[in-house]
Design a protein around this ligand. Structure first.
Ligand code: GLU
Length: 329
């Protein structure tokens, strides 16, 4: 008989490990449950996989940061190089799953499946979604065909590429959307229905994991604003700025002028959008060529900030080089 797949499960907390103490309470503590408890519930589902649990943190993902990312990256890199491990699952709060997922996507090889999984309802709520999502993540992480697709996010029955995924609803169970590509696969009772072949087979990490992350801020544009917030961000030492602009990454002329000045002084500025979905292309209403700015393309502000932090940390600050990275992301 074949050996069951061996899956490293890295726990960080979030709602999937959250308990309200009542099946109907709105208030709850994300990360209240130990990873062992979650894994114990999983064993009762009868999945054919050997789970190796490792708790990295037990927090709401709004508090996740460099220390946890460094620990997750090191554990994933170790597992990818360990012939005894077949895949990795990270249990994670949904608030910042897109940041952690994309950071790891940029900095890990694609040789084995790495899957983030979360939940929208605490473990003891009516209709809790955590165990179903976790069981689906085990299926995906156990499947050799899941390798070569970058880091993935499993929510409900959908498998999304971390590169494309964003949280689009604050409390609905079906909280994540994927753009510009739709889901990579759907988990069915019979197996996993992949919608295409691996798009990044056997790739090495695209960027080394940074020693530290620079301060990069997201500035959300609003009608009638002036350039003072840009000056304030530069005043606190931001090394890069992501504009969550209106529409195609627009902002009032005085704001664009201040951002352009920052770009000329060596602070890379990336124009993303405050709109929930869509591309930001170069030179549509803003003269990116003339102003030295970068268009985020399909990346929303949170993921654009992750990529910009990784680029700056790796010494990539020139607008043309930053644009090339966003084009190829
Ligand atoms: N804010 C918490 C977190 O992101 C709970 C939300 C969730 O997991 O869905 O960890």
């Amino acid at each position: 008989m074949n050996k069951p797949p061996r899956i490293l499960v890295l726990g960080t907390g979030g709602t999937i490990a959250g308990a309200a103490g009542s099946a109907t309470d709105a208030a709850y503590r994300p990360g209240g449950l130990a990873l062992e408890v979650l894994v114990g519930h999983l064993a009762a589902l009868g999945l054919v996989a050997e789970i190796v649990p490792q708790e990295v943190a037990r927090i709401g993902s709004q508090d996740i940061g460099f220390a946890e990312w460094q620990a997750l990256h090191a554990a994933c890199a170790g597992a990818l190089g360990d012939p005894a491990i077949d895949g990795v699952i990270i249990t994670h709060g949904t608030d910042t799953a897109e940041e952690t997922g994309f950071l790891l996507d940029l900095t890990l090889p694609t040789t084995k499946p790495v899957v983030l999984v979360g939940a929208m309802r605490p473990a003891d709520a009516v209709g809790a979604d955590g165990m179903r999502n976790f069981a689906n993540a085990v299926k995906v992480a156990s499947e050799p065909a899941a390798a070569g697709r970058g880091v993935m996010l499993v929510m409900g029955d959908a498998v999304l590429a971390a590169r494309d995924a964003r949280k689009a609803a604050t409390s609905a169970i079906d909280a994540f959307r994927s753009f510009p590509r739709g889901p990579l696969a759907r988990v069915t009772p019979a197996g996993i229905d992949w919608f295409g072949p691996p798009h990044r087979p056997k790739q090495q990490a695209r960027y080394p994991f940074p020693q530290a992350l620079p301060r990069v801020a997201i500035l959300t544009a609003g009608a009638g604003m002036d350039e003072k917030p840009v000056e304030a961000l530069l005043g606190i030492g931001c090394r890069g700025v992501v504009l969550a602009g209106m529409g195609q990454g627009n902002a009032p002329a005085s704001v664009i002028a201040a951002l352009s000045e920052a770009a000329r002084s060596g602070i890379p500025v990336v124009r993303s959008t405050r709109v929930d979905e869509g591309l930001v292309d170069r030179n549509v209403e803003v003269d990116d060529d003339g102003q030295g700015l970068v268009a985020a393309r399909a990346l929303g502000p949170a993921r654009a900030r992750v990529l910009l932090m990784v680029l700056i940390a790796n010494g990539i600050c020139d607008a043309a080089a930053v644009q090339a990275a966003f084009d190829g992301a």
